[in-house]
Design a protein around this ligand. Sequence first.
Ligand SMILES: [Zn+2]
Length: 131
Amino acid sequence: MSRRDEPPDPGTRLIDYPWVVIRFRCHFCERGGNSRLAACVAQFGRFATLDRLLHAFMSGCPHDPYDQSRSPPQKYGRKCGAYLPDLNSGRPPDHPPSMTGLSLIEGGKADMLPAEPAPVERRRRVGDADV
Ligand SMILES: [Zn+2]
C-alpha cells in the first residue's frame, strides 16, 4: 500500500504529500502561511519530511525550542506552537469546503422529524359505552 493513500503525518515525505499547498500555523505567534509543495521541494528536496519543514518554520520563531544558541528550554517556558493544520486530515487544504463535494452523513430521510404531527390514534377506554 502506498503512503499516498493515507492522510499526511509528520513523517510524510514531500514526494508523498498529496496536495499542492502546505499550510503552516503557530498557536502563539502571528506567523504562518501557505507554501506551495513545489517550492518546498525546491528548497528542501523531495525526500524531506513534513517534520523537517516544521522545524524550519519554527526556526524563525522567537520561541523556537530547537535553537541551541539560546538558553536551554525551560520545562514550563514558552515553546513555539507551530503546527501543520492539514496533518492527519483527509481534506485538501487548497479546496474550499464547497469544492470537496457532497459527503455522506449518518442517517437519512427516515431520521428526519416529520413536518406534520403523526395522526393521533384514538383509543377507547375499556368499559366506555358507545354513544
Ligand atoms: Zn511560533
